[in-house]
Design a protein around this ligand. Structure first.
Ligand SMILES: [Zn+2]
Ligand SMILES: [Zn+2]
Length: 332
């Protein structure tokens, strides 16, 4: 039977060859298309978007108001012998306490004590926690809503000119800001701010700067205050950049490693444009690089930061989507 079939096929040989070639063509086309399907996923595959949103962990945000602000005025002129000028900007009456030559180890022990047993809400509480492991202390009263320049200097009779070679056991200056009024401590989540300041001296000439700023919460946590890197756009003019609150929030992000909940002081002004589409307002902070450069629409397409190419491990929105929707409803 098969032999008869083959003989028949042979008789119609042109048709047989055409059929074989056609079959080979179909199979090859199928293989090539299938292979390409694996190789060009960005354009062809829609499933990638959903994969991405599950891979990048989105942080839950909580807004908190920070009553404290502290900056170094003219850092280039500061030194151990000539002193340092600090500018404070507080929303409530506060106390600024400066601890010169504070023990590094005792400071971190004090922060741990704040977490575990007693809260550092007054200068006395920090002093107790430090076991007075500092060289000199001075205190200033800060009136609320007034930018004050405070000049601090080690008295010459202490005869301290440097804090030794690196690594050091003492920080040059710790500035503690606490709320002066007891009632205010009930209102704010943040009860004190500890700024670790480096001041250059003979042995270590690194320029004057704030090394760390820790915000201490009434509930017992403390957070490291860090800057966000936002793309500067001079065309957009923030409506009220002079208000102290917005100024301090514009640069600050509170982030605690290992917690799904981090805190930022208040929503950013979102007039800056997305670096990708140049259209949407910047809303997303990428971690760990802290670049703030993407809008709501573009953030899902990036597993790497478009500014520095670092892989995005986590991200969070400055303005939650619900709030933005509310804003949109308000301004049709
Ligand atoms: Zn965009
Ligand atoms: Zn980046």
């Amino acid at each position: 039977m098969a032999a008869v079939f083959l003989v028949t096929l042979y008789e119609y040989s042109p048709l047989f060859y055409i059929a074989v070639v056609f079959t080979c063509f179909v199979v090859t086309t199928g293989l090539v298309l299938g292979w390409f399907g694996w190789d060009v996923p960005v354009i062809l595959r829609n499933s990638e978007e959903t994969q991405f949103s599950t891979r990048v962990f989105k942080k839950q945000m909580k807004q908190v108001k920070n009553p404290f602000g502290l900056e170094i005025t003219n850092p280039s002129s500061a030194s151990i012998t000539t002193g340092i000028t600090l500018t404070t900007d507080c929303l409530e009456d506060s106390l600024l306490t400066c601890y010169w030559g504070c023990s590094v180890q005792k400071l971190y022990e004090a922060l741990q004590k704040h977490v575990s047993c007693f809260r550092i809400s007054t200068p006395q509480a920090l002093e107790d926690a430090l076991y007075s492991e500092y060289l000199y202390q001075e205190q200033y009263f800060i009136k609320k809503d007034s930018k004050e320049e405070i000049y601090c200097q080690l008295p010459s009779d202490t005869k301290i000119e440097d804090f030794g070679t690196v690594p050091r056991s003492r920080y040059p200056l710790i500035a503690l800001l606490t709320l002066a009024d007891e009632d205010d401590r009930e209102i704010y989540d943040i009860i004190s701010m500890v700024s670790v300041i480096h001041i250059p001296d003979k042995t270590y000439k690194l320029s004057c700067r704030i090394l760390y700023q820790y915000l201490l919460l009434a509930q017992g946590q403390f957070h490291d205050l860090k800057q966000l890197f936002m793309s500067a756009n001079n065309n957009s003019t923030p409506s009220s950049s002079t208000s102290p609150e917005e100024k301090s929030t514009d640069r600050s992000l509170l982030e605690k490693a290992g917690l799904s909940e981090s805190e930022v002081e208040s929503p950013e002004e979102t007039s800056k444009d997305c670096v990708v589409c140049q259209n949407g307002p910047v809303n997303w902070v990428l971690l760990p690089c802290r670049h703030t450069c993407l809008c709501d629409g573009c953030v899902r397409y990036f597993q790497q930061c478009p500014m520095c190419r670092q892989f995005v491990q986590e991200s969070f929105a400055l303005c939650s989507q619900k709030e933005q929707e509310k804003d949109k409803l308000k301004t049709p």
